[in-house]
Design a protein around this ligand. Structure first.
Ligand SMILES: [Zn+2]
Length: 227
């Protein structure tokens, strides 16, 4: 298990009465492991990309193209890339390594079921629900029509926003909990490229709420600064 979140949780589960020497080392530990030192924020990692392509050219609506069509084709492409990327790391994300679906700032993501109940579940279960939910939507002709002349349903944007939030959380969990595996596999240039592309696309087309981006702002800033 990697990621910065292991430090606060390790501190929380330690229930033995602290001795003076322990208090000292615990404080040192916290000071040594603040957000600034997250490996994914460090310059040598945050500057890595797989392409020099101009992201702004990639995210903008091409002239003359229908906006819903543009959002739909990008939703499908992002889903395919992120699903593939997270599958490559699935052996590291198990109910025992990741008993909760969490992200930067130790945010915990809850799955809302069909009855509106919030379920706290393991990360692999949460992301399994998420990917199945998205796949079902994308293959539903009434939501993502593929036939010429078909129209997009009312509420299409709302569904696209929901998909992008789930995709954002998938990458956020990887940064937070599996970054050491990502580094070991040399996949961080891919991850940075995917994440930057996704967040820029969402900003350009107003697909995410500021409160969803806020816990990731350090990462967004680091990628912008060093990208
Ligand atoms: Zn995990």
């Amino acid at each position: 298990m990697g990621g910065c979140h292991s430090y606060p949780s390790a501190t929380k589960v330690d229930t033995k009465t602290p001795q003076p020497s322990d208090i000292h080392s615990e404080k040192l530990g916290i000071n040594n492991n603040n957000q600034e030192e997250c490996p994914y924020l460090q310059r040598q990692n945050a500057c890595q990309r797989i392409t020099d392509a101009n992201m702004f050219a990639l995210i903008s609506l091409p002239p003359g193209m229908d906006k819903a069509e543009w959002l739909a084709s990008n939703t499908v492409a992002f889903f395919n890339h992120i699903n593939l990327f997270s599958s490559a790391l699935s052996e590291f994300c198990t109910p025992s390594t990741c008993p909760t679906a969490c992200g930067p700032g130790n945010m915990v993501y809850f799955w809302t079921d069909d009855h509106g109940r919030k379920l706290k579940c393991s990360a692999p279960l949460y992301f399994d629900y998420a990917m199945s939910y998205i796949q079902e939507l994308l293959t539903d002709e009434d939501v993502f029509p593929t036939k010429a002349g078909a129209t997009f349903p009312t509420g299409f944007i709302f569904l696209v926003q929901k998909v992008f939030l789930l995709l954002l959380r998938t990458l956020a969990h990887i940064y937070w909990s599996h970054y050491s595996e990502v580094l070991a596999l040399d996949m961080h240039p891919h991850l940075n490229t995917l994440f930057s592309h996704l967040t820029l696309f969402c900003q350009q087309h107003s697909l995410l709420e500021p409160e969803d981006m806020k816990p990731l702002q350090d990462l967004i800033n680091a990628l912008e600064r060093h990208g």
